[in-house]
Design a protein around this ligand. Structure first.
Ligand code: ADP
Length: 258
C-alpha cells in the first residue's frame, strides 16, 4: 500500500512546483502590464503637452488673430513647431511599439566608415559644428544600412545637443565586429543615470531637455534597432569630462567577401 502514498506525495510536490511556476508567471505578467501602463501613461503625457500648447494658441487666434498680426505670426509659428514635435513623437512611438521580431530588417553589404562619414558631414553642415573623424580600419558590414544610419543620427544629435565643443568620431574593426565610437566633451552622464539612459522617456534633466525638443525616446530606439540586428551600444562617461557611445555591429555572414 506504499505506492499510492508515494505517488500522492509526488503529485503534491508536482502541484507545488506548478503553483510556484504559475505564481512566477503571474508576477512576470503583472510586471509587464505595469511597464505597459507606464508606457501608455508617459506617451499620453508627452502627446498632451504639445496639444495643450496648440489648443492655447488656437484660442488666441480665434480672439485676436484677425486684429493683431503679431499674434497671428506667433501662433502660427508655435502651432507649426508643436505639430512637428507631435509628428516626430508619434513616429518614434510607432517604432518603439513594433516588437523586435516584427521590425523588418533589410540587410546589405556596406562600408561603415563611408556611411558614418556621410552622416557626420550632414550633421556638421546642419549645425555648423565640428566633427573630427578618425578611421583606423574601414570595415564592411552586412546590416540594415537605414537602421544603422538612424542610430548614428540619434547619437550624433545627442553629442551635439549636450555639448558645445567639437565631437570625435572613430571607426574600427576587431575580431568579428565593427565599432563606431562617438565622443563629446560636454556635461557627461552621472553613473547613477547610466543604466537608465536607454529606458523609454528617461531624461536626466527633464526641464532642460524639454527645450531641446527631446523626447527621451532616442536612445531606447537606438538600442532596440541595434539589438534587432545582433549589435549593441555601450556607454562610457565621466561627469564634466566626456561621453562616449560605442556601437558594435557584427560583421555578418560573408561581409568580408566583398
Ligand atoms: P532625448 O535626447 O530626446 O531627451 P535620448 O533617449 O536620446 O532622449 O537621451 C536620453 C537622455 O540621456 C537625454 O535627455 C540626456 O539627459 C541624456 N544624454 C543622452 N546623450 C547624452 C550626451 N551625449 N551627453 C549627456 N547626456 C546625454
Amino acid at each position: 500500500n506504499l505506492k499510492p502514498i508515494k505517488s500522492k506525495r509526488r503529485s503534491r510536490d508536482e502541484l507545488q512546483q506548478l503553483i510556484g511556476a504559475f505564481n512566477e508567471m503571474v508576477e512576470r505578467l503583472e510586471r509587464e502590464f505595469d511597464k505597459q501602463d507606464q508606457f501608455v501613461s508617459d506617451a499620453s503625457h508627452e502627446l498632451r503637452t504639445p496639444l495643450t500648447v496648440i489648443d492655447g494658441y488656437a484660442t488666441m487666434l480665434k480672439r485676436w488673430g484677425k486684429t493683431k498680426p503679431e499674434v497671428l505670426d506667433e501662433a502660427i509659428e508655435a502651432i507649426t513647431e508643436e505639430g512637428a514635435r507631435m509628428k516626430h513623437l508619434a513616429e518614434q512611438l510607432l517604432l518603439l511599439v513594433k516588437d523586435g521580431e516584427y521590425l523588418q530588417l533589410d540587410p546589405e553589404h556596406f562600408h561603415l566608415d563611408a556611411v558614418l562619414q556621410k552622416a557626420a558631414r550632414a550633421m556638421e553642415t546642419a549645425t555648423q559644428r565640428q566633427i573630427h573623424f578618425q578611421v583606423s580600419q574601414a570595415p564592411t558590414v552586412y546590416a540594415d544600412v537605414e537602421k544603422v544610419k538612424q542610430v548614428l543620427y540619434i547619437i550624433l544629435d545627442n553629442a551635439l545637443k549636450y555639448s558645445d565643443k567639437a565631437i570625435d568620431v572613430s571607426v574600427w574593426q576587431e575580431n568579428r565586429a565593427a565599432y563606431v565610437s562617438i565622443t563629446d566633451y560636454g556635461a557627461g552622464i552621472p553613473e547613477a543615470d547610466q543604466a537608465r539612459i536607454f529606458d523609454r522617456f528617461y531624461r536626466i534633466n527633464k526641464a532642460r531637455s524639454r527645450g531641446d525638443g527631446g523626447t527621451g525616446l532616442g536612445l531606447s530606439i537606438a538600442a532596440k534597432l541595434m539589438e534587432a540586428q545582433g549589435g549593441r551600444i555601450k556607454l562610457d562617461s565621466k561627469v564634466g569630462a566626456y561621453t562616449t557611445f560605442t556601437i558594435e555591429i557584427p560583421i555578418g555572414e560573408g561581409a568580408e567577401m566583398k
